[in-house]
Design a protein around this ligand. Structure first.
Ligand SMILES: Nc1ncnc2c1ncn2[C@@H]1O[C@H](COP(=O)(O)O)[C@@H](O)[C@H]1OP(=O)(O)O
Ligand SMILES: [Mg+2]
Ligand SMILES: [Mg+2]
Ligand SMILES: [Mg+2]
Length: 330
């Protein structure tokens, strides 16, 4: 019998592999000259647009009734001909039948859905960790399916992630695939053989290490330092861009991922956490916000009823949550 969401899982893998290839091709050819700064001052590259066009196009062809909540839109591209031409060329280098400029811009804008509590929709971050991508470090192509507010399928391409975190020379490229109640698996981009992964066994926070963003503006690193001290964690933090941090927790390379808000007004985006939270929970771990509340993906494009993120191997979650509360409420 075909497993639940088998079709979505397979299409999602195909789309994420193609988009990841596009990103790698961009990195090898360009990169910085083709970067724009968005209104919120974050960078966006031809690869972000191209990857969103590719994934949206493939998903829309396979599931024409499914709306998509995607990070990017085509507004800036429509005002910049040379960037637009580059995105068209790139997109057509990975899709099966060449698409017109209009089809590509329209595919990007399929990502404008508002989300919400009812029905099914996909959410896409075509490149999560654009800053890491530009540095040649970690980034991820993140696609998930949400049904009635619950994440059911997650596919995350991490082209630069070493298969063995302790050996930077180990093979790079990790594709993580999770379906609700079916576990989370890791494979390479080339070989479809999948290996089931599990979170770390650590019974105590001091037996593990934690990971956090490279960017001090995205997570308060002086608070995480105090939290680690309180938990008697001696290992240095693993600093890494993007949702690769969730993959690292799901694979058991680290026991804790902390994202402590730096600004009261920042709302986390659903495409930054949907896939990661399913991967960690399917690997046996736990994800909540810093108040211990479950992440609520039914609130629209953002996680407006949550603050910050704590992801752990599960066993140590309450200890970590208590330490976070102590440090933040002091
Ligand atoms: N002030 C902020 N707090 C938390 N996350 C942020 C903040 N500003 C941007 N981000 C988001 O953090 C993500 C990168 O995470 P990390 O630092 O862990 O690699 C990006 O998706 C980025 O969103 P955006 O794409 O809008 O720039
Ligand atoms: Mg961005
Ligand atoms: Mg992101
Ligand atoms: Mg992004």
């Amino acid at each position: 019998m075909l497993k639940l969401y088998a079709g979505e899982r397979a299409k999602g893998i195909e789309a994420v592999i193609k988009a990841s290839k596009l990103c790698q091709a961009v990195f090898n050819k360009l990169v910085k000259s083709q970067t724009l700064v968005k209104e919120d001052a974050s960078p966006v590259t031809v690869a972000d647009f191209g990857a969103q066009a590719v994934v949206n196009h493939i998903i829309h062809q396979a599931f024409p009734n499914d709306p998509i909540v995607g990070e990017e839109d085509s507004k800036d591209l429509r005002e910049n001909q040379s960037l637009c031409d580059k995105v068209v060329e790139l997109t057509n280098s990975v899709v099966e039948t060449p698409l017109s400029t209009k089809q590509i811009l329209d595919a990007i804008d399929l990502g404008n859905y508002k989300g919400g509590p009812q029905g099914r929709f996909w959410t896409l971050d075509p490149i999560d960790g654009t800053k890491g991508f530009l540095r040649g470090e970690q980034f991820a192509v993140c696609l998930s399916l949400i049904v009635n507010g619950e994440v059911k399928v997650a596919i995350q391409g991490c082209p630069n992630l070493p298969r063995n975190i302790n050996d930077p020379n180990s093979q790079r490229g990790s594709l993580m695939v999770a379906v609700k109640h079916q576990g989370v698996f890791e494979r390479s981009f080339e070989d479809s053989k999948e290996t089931r992964v599990k979170v770390a066994d650590a019974e105590s926070p001091s037996d593990t290490s934690f990971c956090e963003s490279v960017e001090a503006a995205h997570s308060n690193q002086s608070d995480t330092f105090k939290i680690a001290e309180l938990l008697n964690i001696k290992n240095k933090p693993i600093r890494m861009d993007s949702q690769c941090k969730y993959a690292v927790i799901a694979r058991g390379d680290a026991g804790i991922y902390l994202r402590i808000p730096t600004r009261a007004d920042y709302q986390e985006k659903i495409w930054d956490h949907a896939g990661g939270s399913l991967m960690v929970s399917e690997a046996g771990g736990k994800v909540t916000d810093i108040d211990g509340k479950e992440l609520d993906f039914s609130q629209g494009r953002t996680l407006k009823s949550n603050r910050g993120i704590i992801a752990t191997n599960g066993k140590i979650h309450d200890q970590v949550l208590n330490a976070v509360k102590q440090v933040l409420h002091k």
